[in-house]
Ligand binder design. Structure first.
Ligand SMILES: [Zn+2]
Length: 475
């Protein structure tokens, strides 16, 4: 496709899908010419005919240095879309119809602007294991096998913007954020904003971010903010990573939540051990039938759900049980934290508290309640909020590696270069059936065992014993 046809089609696309106004068309086109280092184009009335956006953008930037191309394409899209204030106004207008109408519109808009890379995401393999866990292989996101590197990837030396999720990233070209748009709201007396993740793990995956660059924390104010979020967006779930290093959160420097429009596998889990507490007669509570340690607290009274959550979270933060390796604090700092995640179940607020510990030992230098070394070939990164809820994001390299493993299984011998996959090879060898189905089941089974590694209590009886100390009793 020649340059001028691509430009004509892009302008038509922008007027149809990005709400580019007729009155702004000339100015927007001239901005695109400037960004591409051009002084003119051959005027044409090309019509957008459903081509993948990438085809138009590649044609427009064919002469741009390859290293710069992605950033320039982002800038081009940023030039033909609505401004942040216009997006905010449109979001409010849709919100007046319904919260779901607003988030649906905003998500579609972010896909149309190419900020959310949906076409790439749709190519990621995804399946559900017989144990209910959802496994995706993310080919678009780089793998951080070193947790320290993962941390440094998000912190910024020198200060502007202070981190990768500060609102100052909106339109910030060095990070390819010309197409980033965010929308504002208030949670627990504080100003927050929402943005969708460009490489989201599930439908409408996004983050709610505190407008202030203030460190992650999980306390009473967090629970209040989560409840306010549900009042504003009752069709979403929302949660946050534990506010300690190595147990999920990669951006600890900036207070934020994660959530979106898909109900994750853990939400379907049932209560295995119902609990009561004299202070909270109106709440349904219990230990969840799930692979890691989770307590669910449910009720129509948001204040009571928050109070019970805070009681348990605080009790856990100082809980000591050396026989189980649970040390709340030592010379390396604090080790116990919770990941809360909430959704609406009809009129009831449903809080799920996931218990985490980042303590290490000489046997497990990456963490006792971390994925154990025999599974690092599948995943070494820490298990975050989304995976703790049963949606796994495995590294893209596995597509090639599992393909090679499948050949090895068919050939009946494991070549030396695949020796790391011995565990999978042996276990799949015990299974019957279609090789692809066996590999999928094996992956889901390993994900289950990885979650069990992160369980701070290995039995419901141990969890119940812990909760007894905070005044809970088994019904
Ligand atoms: Zn920040």
């Amino acid at each position: 496709m020649d340059f001028s046809t691509a430009l004509g089609k892009l302008m038509d696309y922008a007027s149809r899908y990005l709400a580019l106004k007729k009155r702004n068309e000339i100015y927007a086109r001239n901005t695109v010419l400037m960004l591409l280092g051009r002084e003119s184009w051959e005027e044409c009335a090309a019509v957008y005919e459903g081509e993948p956006l990438a085809v138009l953008l590649d044609a427009l930037t064919a002469e741009i240095d390859e290293a710069e191309r992605e950033k320039v394409q982002d800038a081009v899209m940023g030039a033909v879309m609505l401004s942040p204030a216009e997006v905010e106004d449109a979001f409010s207008a849709h919100y007046a119809k319904s919260p779901a109408d607003a988030t649906d519109w905003f998500y579609r808009y972010c896909v149309a602007s190419n900020y959310v890379k949906k076409a790439l995401l749709d190519q990621n393999p995804r399946f559900t294991g017989s144990n209910g866990l959802v496994v995706t292989i993310n080919r678009t996101k780089p793998e951080f096998r070193d947790p320290k590197k993962a941390m440094s990837g998000n912190s910024v030396k020198g200060g502007y913007p202070k981190c990768s999720i500060c609102r100052e990233n909106e339109g910030y070209s060095p990070r390819g954020k010309r197409t980033l748009r965010t929308v504002s709201f208030t949670l627990a007396d504080g100003k927050w904003f929402w943005q969708f993740s460009p490489y989201g793990y599930f439908y409408q995956h996004g983050i709610a971010v505190n407008e202030r660059h203030t460190p992650m924390h999980v306390d009473g104010a967090t629970f209040a903010a989560l409840m306010d979020f549900l009042d504003a967006f009752p069709h979403y779930f929302i949660g946050c990573n534990a506010a300690l290093p190595s147990i999920g959160g990669s951006v600890l420097a900036h207070d934020h939540f994660q959530g979106g429009g898909e109900m994750l596998p853990m939400f379907a889990a049932k209560v295995a051990v119902p609990l009561r507490h004299d202070r909270f007669p109106g709440l349904e509570m219990g230990i969840l039938d799930w692979f890691n340690t989770v307590v669910r607290i449910e009720g129509e009274d948001a204040g009571a759900v928050m109070a019970a959550s805070e009681l348990i979270a605080n009790f856990w933060k100082s809980y000591r049980n050396e026989a189980l390796g649970l040390i709340p604090e030592d010379e390396n700092g604090r080790h116990h934290a919770v990941s809360p995640t909430v959704y609406m179940n009809g009129r009831k607020y449903c809080m799920n508290l996931i218990f985490r510990s980042n303590i290490t030992s000489s046997e497990f230098p990456d963490g006792v309640f971390h994925v154990h070394p025999e599974f690092h070939i599948i995943k070494k990164e820490s298990i975050g909020l989304i995976e703790a809820q049963g949606l796994f994001i495995l590294p893209g390299r596995l597509v090639e590696q599992l393909g090679a493993l499948k050949k090895a299984i068919a050939a009946g011998s494991l070549p030396p270069e695949l020796e790391e996959f011995r565990l999978l090879y042996d276990e799949i060898g015990q299974m019957d059936g279609d090789p692809d189905a066996c590999i999928r089941e094996e992956l889901a089974s390993i994900c289950e065992r990885m979650l069990q590694n992160t369980a701070v209590f290995k039995t419901h009886a141990e969890t119940a014993e812990f909760l007894k100390g905070a005044g809970f009793y088994v019904e």
